[in-house]
Every structure is written in C-alpha cells, then in structure tokens.
Design a protein around this ligand. Structure first.
Ligand code: FAD
Length: 417
C-alpha cells in the first residue's frame, strides 16, 4: 500500500521515538516530525548525562510514584515493565545496570548513546524522521484528524500521536506547544507547574553554603505546621536555595502548597543516625575533650566546614567561644538545630528549570487502554504532554517509553483497519 496515509508522531523525545518505532515495527507507515535539528535533546541530558532509564520497582510501586494519576499508567506499564524495557534495550545492543534504589542506567553511563541506539532502531523499523519540522496545527474534518501543518506544508495522516513533552528545559525543544495544539481541538489542559524543582527560602540563609552537598540527611516537609512527607538522602545548597534528590521529590507538594498560599517549611535532620540522647552525649564529649578550642573549630568535627558559619549564626553562638564556655542551654540549642534545621520556603525556581512538568492534557479525556483521545478517535498522546509526573528514580522516562510504545501500537492498529 504505497499511498496509504502515515501515522504522524509529533515530537521525537523518549515517548515519540518509542511511539514511532513501535508503530513502524508493527507494520505501519510512520512519519516522525521533530521541531529541533536533532531528536532526543532532553533524553540526551537526562540523569546528569547518564540517563536513568527506568526503575526495577514493581508496577504498583511505580504507579504510586505518580501520585493520584498513577493508576492511569497501569496498562501501559504492565505491557512494558522494567524487565521488558531492559530486554528491549539489550536487543538494541544497550546493556543496562541496576543501581541503588532500583535505578536502571545504561552500563556505559552515556545518555547521548541511548538517543543514538533509539535513532538507529527507528531507522531499522522503516519510520521516517524529519527534524526542523515544528508542527503548528492539527487539522480536523468531521471529528477526525486529517493531518498536520508544519511550516507551510500540510502532511495528511491516518492518525496523529502527540508526544511534545512538557515545558521544562525549553532549550531542548519542550516548550508546551503540544498543549495549544490539543486545546484547539477541545482538550482540557491542567495548568502546568514545576515538579522536581529547586526551592527558595523565604529569606537568604546566613552564609548560604552554595554548592554544598549533604548526604544521608532526613528532610521533612511541613505544610501549615503539619508533617506532610519525609525523604532521606542528598540535599544540595543551590546558588539561591535548596535542591538535590530529597528536595526535588518534596518539591511537588511544596509547589502546590505555595500556590495555595500555605506555609511551607523544610526541617532538616543533619544527624539522623543519632537520637537526641546520643547526639547530646556526642556534643558533651566533643565540648569536654576540646574545651580549650573555639566552637567554630569544634563544630567542624560535626558538620561540613561550609555549614559551620550558618550553624553559628542560626544558633546565635559566637565562633570564638571556647568549648568549656558553652552552657547546657546553649548545647541544647545546638543539638536541637542539628536535629531540626528549619528553613521556611517562600518560592521555587521557574518551570523552565524544573526536571519535569506537572499538569498537561487532562487524563479523563484519554483512554488509558489505548492512549487515544476520547474526543478525536485518531488522536493519541504519550509522555510528559499528559498530566503525569513522578519523583526522581527513572519513573518519568519509564512512563514516556511505555506510553509511547502503547500509543504507537494502538495507532498502528488503526492504520491496519
Ligand atoms: C535535566 C533533566 C534530567 C532528567 N533526568 C531524568 C532521568 O534520569 N530519568 C527520568 O526518568 N527522567 C528524567 N528527566 C525527565 C524526562 O527527561 C522527561 O520526563 C522525558 O524526557 C519526557 O519525554 P517526552 O518524550 O514526553 O518529552 P520530551 O523528551 O520533552 O520530548 C518532546 C519532544 O517534542 C518536540 N516538540 C515539541 N513541540 C513540537 C512541535 N510543535 N513540533 C514538533 N516537535 C515538537 C521537542 O523538541 C522534543 O524533542 C529529566 C529531565 C531533565 C530536564
């Protein structure tokens, strides 16, 4: 059937590459249109350049990482779970390794290589990729899509899969255009907001230790004084706020609370391995043993050097006090600060700097068994363009791959009819 209309996939990110390749591998004629000069620009910088492809957690746990909307992904993830994903990439010659927390990475630790193997696979399936083709309109006639406009050209289509991503890291091509294309066809867009984004304190911390990375800390998020969520792991002091895996994970709830004008507080336990009693013993011992030394120097035995001036300022203790001069009340103040370093949060970095966009195409308008629009039967969605976002850990890419694959297969069955 040389003149049959193709399935057009809009956006060659993780979801679009899987959608286009899966549809073509299933026998469909496929055209993948990407607005940037190269496909997979975001995929190529994921996981700090290492690409955390997915997570080995059982499907139910992966769904939970997406919050309330997670169950929408059940069919897609069951059809393409982490084991199938590892097998799929192994089939392309890309071996994977599992790290702490079930995180799956390519053994060579090179995200651009992931893009390269997907591109090679895409070519092998017979799909056509055209870069430098921004899609500006989806054309509909009698309730069905007839094709897409890109530049000044019209491309007829049997079906369209919209995989334009979210609106974070716009330099990679993800600028939220897909939402406008879908909105023009009557789809509802849940307002986009940043998820996995650094947070900003209400006021700058004294001696803000920019660049300092803390490992093995416990961070509690309190909203209006009530504990909401807790994370254990790394925290980074960014140039003007807080980042790192613990904060990024807590940021989703924090951003929503800030939007509702609620009080957001981060409470950091810098010594989670020591309870109050043991920490007190440790402090006492340090102060006695080093009674002639200045407090600033004693604290360097307990804290990273960069955090000591902040600790002294916030506990209102002078750096040149001697160990022997610290009263029991002052020791308690110090102990409390080490267990409960409180940072009121007043804002967040912009959506453009978030790792993931929350919000997007409303899920009630999409069929989770096929990822087809409930409004236009030959329109499909996959990836971050949908109102889906998860914690760090490989879940976002896993969802983009799995939904892309399912949408591609289902769209291919439309063309076959
Ligand atoms: C720095 C960073 C690191 C990350 N690391 C990880 C990680 O390690 N693991 C993980 O699971 N997740 C990670 N994520 C999140 C993950 O990258 C995204 O969730 C995922 O890439 C979404 O895939 P997608 O295909 O839906 O969208 P995208 O990857 O954003 O792709 C969308 C594509 O559509 C194209 N496009 C947009 N509009 C048009 C148009 N009008 N016409 C044609 N083309 C268009 C864009 O140019 C782009 O190529 C990271 C994100 C960032 C920013």
């Amino acid at each position: 059937m040389p003149d049959r209309k193709p399935i057009i996939v809009v956006g060659a990110g993780a979801a679009g590459l899987l959608a286009a390749g899966s549809a073509a591998a299933a026998g469909a004629k496929v055209l993948l249109l990407e607005k940037m000069k190269r496909p997979g620009l975001k995929l190529g910088i994921t996981g700090k350049g290492r690409c955390n492809l997915a997570n080995t957690a059982p499907v139910t746990e992966v769904l939970a990482r997406f919050g309330r909307n997670g169950r929408f992904l059940r069919q897609a993830l069951q059809a393409f779970d982490s084991r199938s994903l590892i097998q799929f990439f192994a089939g392309l010659g890309l071996e994977a390794r599992v790290e702490r927390g079930g995180r799956i990475f390519p053994v060579h630790d090179r995200a651009p290589e992931v893009v390269r193997v997907l591109r090679r696979w895409l070519e092998s399936t017979g799909a056509t990729l055209k870069c430098g083709h921004p899609v500006t309109r989806l054309r509909v006639n009698n309730g069905r899509l007839t094709g897409v406009e890109a530049g000044r050209r019209f491309y007829p289509a049997a079906a369209v899969i919209l995989t334009t991503g979210g609106a974070s890291y716009p330099a990679t091509g993800s600028t939220g255009e897909g939402w406008e294309l879908a909105r023009a066809l009557g789809h509802t867009i849940i307002p986009p907001r940043p998820a996995l984004v650094p947070l900003l304190p209400v006021s700058t911390l004294p001696h803000h230790p920019a660049g300092l990375n803390l490992r093995n800390v416990r961070v509690r998020l309190k909203i209006d004084g009530k504990k909401r969520q807790e994370e254990f792991g790394e925290l980074t002091f960014t140039p003007d706020g807080l980042g790192g895996p613990t904060i990024l994970t807590l940021s989703r709830a924090a951003v929503m609370a800030l939007a509702d004008n609620r009080q957001v507080l981060m409470v950091i336990d810098l010594k989670p391995a020591l309870d109050e009693t043991r920490l007190d013993l440790r402090l006492r011992r340090d102060l006695e043993k080093r009674s002639g030394e200045q407090l600033a120097s004693i604290l360097r035995g307990l804290l990273p050097r960069e955090l000591v001036p902040t600790a002294l300022a916030l506990t209102q203790l002078a750096p040149d006090r001697r160990g022997s001069e610290i009263s029991a009340a002052e020791r308690r103040r110090l102990r409390r600060w080490l267990k409960e370093f409180q940072i009121p949060i007043g804002g967040h970095r912009p959506l453009a700097e978030a790792l993931v966009t929350a919000g997007g195409i409303a899920l009630q308008e999409v069929d989770p068994r096929t990822f087809a629009s409930r409004k236009i039967p030959n329109l499909f969605f996959a990836g971050e363009v949908l109102d889906l976002d998860a914690d760090t850990g490989g879940y976002n890419l896993q969802a983009a791959f799995a939904t892309g694959r399912l949408a591609g297969l289902k769209a291919a069955s439309i063309q076959a009819r």
